[in-house]
Design a protein around this ligand. Structure first.
Ligand code: NAD
Length: 492
């Protein structure tokens, strides 16, 4: 089995205890790699290294332009390694090679974009109401950033944080998911290769309680940037609040995909199927609630079921495969559990509804693409995130009802609206409380476009210009250029 040691201060080494844990291949249903089992002591080493790099190391002496050049260089190296990195991701998380390769070839854009932005971080000179002062702001990096990532798209979600954090001048300690650490540990080697100084990018793999907890609580960590479940996000937010640390959270969703009767139904049906069954539904922006207007409900459902039933399952490395396995055994059990819950709540199974036992699924953890009809938005299947290939279909009569159902959720990450009416498209995108609204498309992302959630779906935004602000703080500098010496006992 291949071994993946941890990565601290430019060195790879085993964990302080010498212990390893195994990582499973979801398609073959067994272990394929061993990963160093990080500890609180390893976290401390990594954070100290990141802190040295931030305060006194060569990184702290680089100009913003030099930082940007390094980021662009690593982007180029990532592109050269995209195929290999995607293969590692598929071994670890079982998603389709086509999807993971699509992601790894796209990653470089985040490093190029933020590399370009690194030397465009500007403060302002401020007009003043008081005479005799020159007053300006500086945008300064926050310091050591803890990056904690989930298992579904390990490198993509990491890059959304890593590129802006480094462009801002921060240093980082990464804690990848215990289910998918390998690709992150391979990626960071590329940073050493292109000349990032030691200590700027560190990785401590391991478990939430053993590595994530100590990392979040480390006094030298200034900011936690987290993607994962809202349960863990809440814990992290509480711990960060105790120590007054900055935090950004990208959490889950229960996103509505809303089809109006006036929509191009061919496009809508395709978008609905891709919104929930691509990536086996294991994406935070899965369109897991299908809202369909009464007059086309039966037709749309019939067509969605027909298209979804053609999905080919099997080896994620096979380019013909369309739906891969569930990534982890606990997630597999969780998805199957929700199928029972939905049935018990009175939802009707229109497709699937259980584990996939097709011969091409081998020993993998596969669930049949599943569609429930007769769903009421109050049911758990409509309110809770399943994170699997499970769609809940709900009827609505008009725009107001569609908005009411869409917003009747504690989540607010994404939403899809399918309509040919431009006025309706604008009205719906204004009224829906979610961080992204896609009109006549779904699940589009870009390094240029802000991504993040409202309500329980998170705090902060990734990608786009504003994301770099998540890693900066403002300092205001006042210079006396001739202000009068005033009364010492009153505010100047
Ligand atoms: P998770 O919350 O279980 O784990 C995420 C990470 O947090 C892992 O690295 C885990 O080890 C770590 N962790 C666990 N307990 C911790 C603790 N006490 N302190 C610090 N770290 C801890 O989530 P997951 O199951 O890996 O990922 C699936 C979830 O992620 C879904 O809910 C999904 O919606 C969400 N997600 C959100 C986005 C987004 O951008 N909004 C993207 C992808 C996934």
């Amino acid at each position: 089995m291949q071994r993946f040691p941890l990565h601290i201060d430019g060195q790879t080494r085993p964990a302080s205890t010498g212990e390893w844990f195994t990582s499973d291949d979801p398609f073959r249903g067994g272990p394929w790699a061993e990963v160093a089992r990080g500890t609180a002591a390893d976290v401390d080493d990594a954070v100290q290294a990141a802190h040295r790099a931030f305060t006194t190391g060569p990184w702290s002496q680089l100009t913003a332009t030099e930082r940007g050049a390094l980021l662009r260089r690593v982007g180029d190296r990532i592109t050269e390694e995209a195929h290999r990195l995607a293969e590692i991701e598929v071994r670890d998380n079982g998603k389709l090679f086509a999807e993971m390769y699509g992601q790894t070839t796209y990653l470089a854009q985040w490093f190029h974009y933020y590399g370009g932005l690194a030397d465009k971080i500007e403060g302002a000179t401020l007009p003043m109401d008081k005479k005799g002062y020159f007053t300006f702001t500086r945008k300064e990096p926050l310091g050591v950033v803890a990056i904690i990532t989930p298992w579904n798209s390990p490198l993509l979600l990491l890059s959304w944080k890593l590129a802006p954090a480094l462009a801002a001048g921060c240093t980082v300690v990464i804690k990848p998911s215990e289910f998918t650490s390998a690709s992150t540990l391979e990626l960071v080697k590329l940073f050493d290769e292109v000349g990032f100084p030691p200590g700027v990018v560190n990785v401590v793999p391991g478990f939430g309680a053993e590595v994530g907890g100590p990392l979040v609580e480390h006094p030298l960590v200034s900011k936690i940037s987290f993607t994962g479940s809202d349960t863990t996000g809440r814990k992290i937010n509480e711990a960060a609040a105790r120590d007054l640390k900055h935090v950004s959270l990208e959490l889950g969703g229960k996103s509505p995909n809303i089809v109006f009767a006036d929509a191009d139904l061919d496009a809508a049906v395709n978008g609905v199927v891709s919104g929930i069954f691509a990536a086996t539904g294991q994406t935070c922006i899965a369109g897991s609630r299908l809202l369909v207007q009464d007059s086309v409900y039966d037709e749309v459902l019939e067509r969605v079921v027909a298209l979804a039933s053609t999905a080919r399952m099997g080896d994620p490395m096979d380019p013909e495969t369309q739906v891969g396995p569930i990534t982890t055994p606990p997630q597999y059990d969780k998805v199957l559990g929700y199928l029972d819950i939905a049935r018990a709540e009175g939802a009707t199974v229109a497709l699937g509804g259980g584990p996939a036992t097709r011969p091409e699924c081998g020993d993998g953890w596969f669930v049949e693409p599943t569609i429930f009809t007769d769903v009421d938005n109050g049911m758990r299947i409509a309110q809770e995130e399943v994170f699997g290939p499970v769609l809940a279909a709900i009827r609505f009569s008009d725009e107001d009802e569609a908005v009411a159902i869409a917003n009747d959720s504690r989540f607010g990450l994404g939403a899809g609206v399918w309509t040919r009416d431009i006025g309706r498209a604008f009205r719906m995108s204004e009224r829906i409380r979610s961080g992204m609204v896609w009109v006549n498309t779904y699940r589009a992302v870009s390094f240029m476009a802000p991504f993040g959630g409202m309500k329980d779906s998170g705090i902060g935004r990734e990608s786009g210009r504003e994301a770099i602000g998540e890693y900066l703080q403002t300092k205001c500098v006042w210079i006396n250029i001739g202000a009068e010496v005033g009364n010492p006992f009153v505010l100047r």
